[in-house]
Design a protein around this ligand. Structure first.
Ligand code: 5AD
Ligand code: SF4
Length: 451
């Protein structure tokens, strides 16, 4: 890094160089984006929001085709900007770059991209960036897999008071539609002590809310030399003084244990919010998706959780139009949505990902059929979500104040259920916990006042 810092005055004639970084995809990507941003700042670059920067960096996602198309769209646009400023460095990294056909396309069609790396060698960024600055050729460095977990990467948090913390990387589940296991590699858990130490340091630095992140946190710790369960990890994290809220994501229904439900119910810090991806309500489709649970098991879990934690906020992910999905299958999904009373459901149109088993399944569903189902699902999800989210009207809840809202004099924060609340207040309250009466529910958010 020092070598780069020393080069900058010559390279940019004494002015402070700039970079722009954009994140696509999930919260785990956001953390890596923050690391790269922190490295750029440490090197001596200033972060700006314009694309007319000395370095433009994209952390890419490939979970659905749209994400890929967006990147190719950005590249088309960057080509014209780079014509005016040939010294600009364009850098792509992350999940989409782990796909060989993407790298081939970039080599052939986008030779003006300077650096491409993947998900397994982010810690090599300073070295790769140094090579980028000292060479005119396109640098591509993709690792197929890595057993290593790199601790201690720099970070620059968006909020001083809350952040995500990785507890594990990769995924072993191979849901038949999903590209993640191919681009993120096998499941690897961080040592509990490394996680605890990181959170302790974050708390000392002003963090009071953490989101523990993994593709499937319920299988956390199974592959460690001394196995630890996710519930045990939560109990340890709970002991950290000064930490007020613990969230986690994502839970796979097949691995959601009674031990975890019990740990959540007992805890004073774990938020009463559970993201439990359904994907489909049809047992037949769930089997083809390789999800390893069926409709009854899922509904049984929902019941168990609601019994243990009656005010739990449930959210989910649903895919519409998986190959072979019939109207009857789709009706099963609607049925689960009606019964599960989700606060929010993230709905996705099935996207064919090259290399996954579902991509070569017969009976891919025509676009018009999928769109029509998708719209019906969205209407139901929104209706139910409004109903479920409004259940706290009139209650007083503790809110972590996050930011000023667009309206002047108003603040925005969240309840432990992850519901957004707008209320009057002054910016000095940002990062604080306040008691707010939830006066009116406007669909998915509340207006309230501090009491
Ligand atoms: N098509 C549509 N949605 C997908 N997801 C994952 N893969 C696909 C795909 N091929 C969705 C799942 C997952 C969420 C993060 O993205 O619902 O839970
Ligand atoms: Fe993809 Fe399934 Fe792994 Fe989630 S659990 S990342 S949907 S393969």
């Amino acid at each position: 890094m020092n070598k780069i810092t020393e080069m900058l005055p010559d390279l940019y004639q004494g002015r402070k160089p700039t970079f722009r970084i954009e994140n696509e995809g999930c919260q785990m990507n956001s953390l890596q984006t923050e690391s790269i941003a922190a490295i750029m700042e440490q090197i001596g670059y200033e972060k700006i929001s314009s694309e007319e920067a000395d370095a433009v960096i994209y952390n890419t996602c490939t979970v659905r085709e749209n994400a890929n198309l967006k990147i190719y769209g950005h590249l088309g646009h960057l080509k014209s900007i780079k014509k005016k400023n040939p010294h600009m460095k364009i850098i792509l990294f992350g999940c989409m770059m782990q796909e060989p056909h993407v790298v081939e396309t970039i080599q052939k069609k986008y030779p003006f991209v300077n650096l491409v790396f993947g998900t397994h060698n982010i810690h090599k960024f300073p070295e790769l960036y140094y090579r980028t600055l000292t060479s005119d050729s396109q640098i591509i460095d993709i690792w197929k897999e890595s057993d290593e977990i790199i601790e201690g990467m720099p970070t620059s948090r968006k909020y001083p008071f809350k952040t995500g913390v990785n507890v594990m990387f990769g995924c072993n589940n191979f849901c038949s539609y999903c590209i993640v296991p191919y681009v993120r590699g096998r499941e690897k858990s961080r040592e509990p002590q490394a996680i605890i130490n990181e959170i302790k340091a974050l708390v000392e630095d002003g963090v009071t809310e953490v989101m523990l992140l993994g593709q499937n946190v319920n299988s956390y710790g199974k592959t460690l030399a001394e196995p630890v369960s996710f519930a045990q990890l939560l109990t340890e994290v709970e002991k950290i003084e000064g930490l007020k809220r613990i969230r986690f994501m994502t839970s796979h229904p097949k691995d959601l244990s009674d031990e975890l439900i019990e740990a959540m119910a007992k805890s004073k810090k774990v938020c009463h919010h559970l993201h439990l991806p359904l994907q489909s309500g049809s047992s037949r489709i769930l089997q083809k998706m390789n999800r390893r649970y069926d409709k009854e098991k899922y509904l049984g879990l929902v019941e168990k959780i609601r019994t243990a934690i009656p005010d739990i906020s449930l959210t989910t992910d649903i895919i519409v139009g998986f190959p072979g999905e019939t109207e009857e299958d789709f009706q099963e999904t609607l049925d689960v949505v009606r019964k599960s009373e989700y606060d929010t459901a993230f709905t996705f149109i099935y996207s064919k990902r090259t290399g996954t088993p579902a991509a070569s399944m017969p009976d891919q569903i025509p676009e018009d059929v999928v769109k029509e189902r998708f719209n019906r699902l969205l209407t139901l999800v929104q209706e139910n979500g409004r109903k479920a989210s409004s259940r706290f009207t009139g209650d007083v809840k503790e809110i972590l104040v996050e930011e000023e809202s667009k309206e002047k004099g108003m603040l925005t924060g969240r309840t432990e259920h992850n519901l957004l609340v707008h209320f009057e207040g002054t910016p000095d309250l940002i990062g604080q916990y306040v008691q707010v009466k939830l006066d009116t529910c406007k669909g998915f958010y509340y207006f309230g006042h501090i009491v």
